[in-house]
Design a binder for this molecule. Structure first.
Ligand SMILES: [Zn+2]
Length: 74
């Protein structure tokens, strides 16, 4: 098995927040970019980190469309 773990992060620079949310197991690693994009959309996560089973970082994705906009509200 070649499972990976994708962890979604909630990030807010204004509130100095950088917090892990949900861990997802990815079994179909052939379409990693698509799997991660779907996970980010589900959790509305601006950052997703993908780890292997040894908890080593494989790849980090950022999705600027899910960044919070609270700095623009003032
Ligand atoms: Zn914010």
């Amino acid at each position: 098995m070649n499972e990976l773990i994708a962890v979604t992060y909630d990030v807010c620079e204004v509130e100095n927040l950088y917090e892990s949310m949900i861990e997802h197991t990815i079994s179909d690693t052939n379409n990693l970019d698509e799997e991660v994009a779907a996970i980010a959309a589900r959790d509305i996560a601006p950052v997703v980190k993908v780890f292997n089973q040894n908890r080593q970082l494989v790849k980090e994705y950022t999705f600027s469309q899910y960044e919070c906009n609270c700095s623009e509200l003032d």
